[in-house]
Each structure stands twice: as structure tokens, then as C-alpha cells.
Design a protein around this ligand. Structure first.
Ligand code: OSB
Ligand code: MG
Length: 377
């Protein structure tokens, strides 16, 4: 395909309730979206197409080093020019290789790959799910519950999500909000609800005794207890606690996943396409983990309907044996920019239309846009 147009856009969408993690509180989702216009070669000849990419970098570099304004800069100045230089030989398959000379910035790279892949698949009439190798038409829906102001408030929020049918609850934890929160949820809702926790790197090995107290609650996993670059320490912690360790932030590539698996640093991996540089690298990690008997599930970054659509497609691959953080649009947004994803019988449907299978509603998209720029092509 050949790129004929590229537009960057920042959207700002109010969250239905503030989302608090160990790294801070978000009241609004601020995201970079990329639209690529292209002429795609198909068996039926060249076809004009459009693709959408969503960059999961947050407004501030608190989850990983990337952030929205940095993603804008690296995309316009370094990444997009490399795709343009490829001319008509560009394919989604080639994007990650073309962008490899730029160090880091996986979220910006993933968004570009997503847009190129979407344009390509729309032109060919193939869905993300079919292209990635999905085997299900719906995926079980888990929900990530932020740190609350009090235990009673936490119990109310969790009870509400269970009423909506969410099949797995993930509690955000941090020192001071961990064992008591988990104990209270277990006491109120019983031992049978699938429950897990996510520390977003807030602990150190010195907290092993406290984390070990979580073993009493039959959790599915403890996600990313320690910092991103502490693979060895995660391997040590894994020997001190019986709850499976899951890595999120640490798994920045298929190579990092291979290291983590071989060191015994995790028994589970949270796969986020943005964190690893794209949907195709995400699929490689899925394949690698599957071959090693490591469970994977699809994480989320508060995506709009665009990223949610792609995540649902990925989560429908056969190795995704645990429910992902793929909740309904209304878990975060009163109004999504696409047709909203809904939870039905504890599941979210995998879109089956060409490409992402969803497109932004133009009026809604404009109403949440705070900045946009057409890039020279
Ligand atoms: O660590 O999984 C995380 C949101 C923002 C940044 C990091 C994380 C999260 C979540 C929310 O847990 C997942 C979702 O989109 O539902
Ligand atoms: Mg996480």
C-alpha cells in the first residue's frame, strides 16, 4: 500500500469516575489517534482505504516512559517518515521492521502499525480477528477496579460490576491498600469469584512478606508487583509467594517475554499490544507463551472503542486462557467515539467487519478532539 494522507489527533474524554492506580489518578482519558489514508493493492486492483490507530500512551510518563506529546513528536518527526519512505512497498507486516531503527516508543509504533493494518484489512474485507487467528466470536470480560477512598466504597463498586456480569475482578493495589481490600472483597463476595490484583510496580522485594499474605485469598495472580526492569527480583519473589506472578510493564517485547519465562519471573503474561510495539509482536508473545505453557490475557489501557475493538480481536486467539481487561465501553465512558462495546452474559463481542470493524462517529470524534494536524505525505 501507499500512504496518501496522515492525520494526528488528540482526544480528551471524561472518565465516568476517576481511575486511581499506584501511579496516580486520572479523571480524563487523553489519547493520540492516528488516521492513515492509503491506496491498497488488492487482488481486485488498487483500493482507497482508511485506517485508524490508537496510541495507548498516557498523558504523563507514569506507566511507562511514553506520553501523548512525546508520541506526537516521535510519530511526526521520525516514525511516519520511515513509512512514507517505503513508498508503495509498505505493508503492515513490514511496519515494525521499518521502525526498528528508532529506539523505544513501542506505543507510538503500535498505533502506526494498527492504522496501517486497519487500512490494509478494510481494503481486503478481512477482520482483525480473522487476520490475527481468532478462534472465538466473543471474549470473557474482566474489569479493572481502581483504588477507592474506602473499603465500603470498594465493595459497592465491585458489587456493581458483578451485577453487570463481569466474570473477573482485578483490584489495583499499592502499599497500604492491598491485603485488607482483598480480604474485604473475599469476605463479601466469596471465594468463588475470579479475583486478581495489579500493583503497577509499587512494591520491592522487601515487601515479600506482605505480598505473601495475599496467598491466603486464592488469587488468580499478582500483576507486576515490582518495577519494570526487575525481572530477576520477580523471579526471586515467585519463589517466595505461591500466587502466580503475572508481568505487565516488564514485558516490553517478545525477547523480554522469553527472558522472563526462562528466568521463572512469571507464570502469566498480560499482553498489551501498545506496550510491545504492535499487534503482530503481541501475537508472537502469545505464540511463545503458549509453547511454554505460560497463560496469557489481554490487558487494557482505557482504550476508546478503536483500541477496544483490536484488543477484543487479539483476546479471541486460542492462547488467551484468562479473561482480559476488556470491559464494556461504559465502564469508562458515558459516550464512546465508536458504537459502544457492551457486556452481555459476561462477554464482549469480537467485531467481525473489515479491519477493526468499527469506525469513529465523526460528530462525537470532533466533539472530543482538542487538537489535530494533517501531516505532509
Ligand atoms: O496496569 O493494566 C494496567 C490502565 C492504565 C494503565 C495501566 C493499567 C490499566 C488498567 C486498566 O488496569 C485496564 C483497562 O483498560 O480496563
Ligand atoms: Mg497492569
Amino acid at each position: 500500500m501507499r500512504i496518501t494522507g496522515a492525520q494526528l489527533r488528540i482526544v480528551e474524554m471524561p472518565l465516568r469516575s476517576p481511575f486511581t492506580t499506584s501511579f496516580g489518578t486520572e479523571d480524563d482519558k487523553i489519547a493520540l489517534l492516528i488516521r492513515i489514508d492509503a491506496v491498497v493493492d488488492t487482488p481486485a486492483g488498487p483500493v482507497e482505504s482508511t485506517g485508524w490507530g490508537e496510541c495507548v500512551a498516557m498523558d504523563a510518563p507514569v506507566y511507562s516512559a511514553e506520553y501523548v506529546a512525546g508520541a506526537v513528536e516521535v510519530t511526526r518527526r521520525f516514525l511516519l517518515p520511515k513509512l512514507l519512505a517505503a513508498g508503495s512497498s509498505l505493508t503492515a507486516q513490514r511496519v515494525s521492521g521499518l521502525l526498528e531503527p528508532v529506539v523505544g516508543h513501542p506505543m507510538a509504533k503500535a498505533a502506526l502499525e494498527m492504522a496501517v493494518l486497519d487500512a490494509e484489512l478494510r481494503a481486503r474485507g478481512i477482520s482483525f480477528a480473522e487476520h490475527l487467528g481468532a478462534e472465538h466470536d466473543r471474549v470473557p470480560s474482566g474489569v479493572s477496579v481502581g483504588i477507592q477512598d474506602s473499603i465500603p466504597q470498594l465493595l459497592e463498586v465491585v458489587g456493581d460490576y458483578l451485577d453487570q456480569g463481569y466474570v473477573r475482578i482485578k483490584l489495583k493495589i499499592r502499599p497500604g491498600w492491598d491485603v485488607d481490600a482483598v480480604a474485604a472483597v473475599r469476605e463479601r463476595f466469596g471465594d468463588d469469584i475470579p479475583l486478581q490484583v495489579d500493583a503497577n510496580a509499587a512494591y520491592t522485594l522487601a515487601d515479600a512478606a506482605q505480598l505473601r499474605r495475599l496467598d491466603a485469598f486464592g488469587l488468580l495472580l499478582i500483576e507486576q508487583p515490582m518495577p519494570e526492569d526487575d525481572l530477576r527480583q520477580h523471579a526471586q519473589l515467585a519463589r517466595l509467594v505461591s500466587t502466580p506472578i503475572c508481568l505487565d510493564e516488564s514485558v516490553v517485547s517478545a525477547r523480554a517475554a522469553a527472558d522472563a519465562i526462562s528466568m521463572g519471573a512469571c507464570r502469566v503474561i498480560n499482553i498489551k499490544p501498545g506496550r510491545v510495539g504492535g499487534y503482530l509482536e503481541a501475537r508472537r508473545i502469545h505464540d511463545l507463551a503458549r509453547a511454554h505453557g505460560i497463560a496469557v490475557w489481554c490487558g487494557g489501557m482505557l482504550e476508546t472503542g478503536l483500541g477496544r475493538a483490536a484488543n477484543a480481536a487479539l483476546a479471541a486467539l486460542p492462547g488467551f486462557s484468562l479473561p482480559g481487561d476488556i470491559s464494556a465501553s461504559d465502564r469508562f465512558y458515558a459516550q464512546d467515539i465508536t458504537t459502544p462495546f457492551v457486556i452481555e452474559d459476561g462477554h464482549v463481542a469480537v467485531p467481525s467487519g473489515p479491519g477493526l470493524g468499527v469506525t469513529p462517529n465523526p460528530e462525537i470524534l470532533e466533539s472530543v478532539t482538542t487538537w489535530k494536524d494533517d501531516l505532509p505525505v
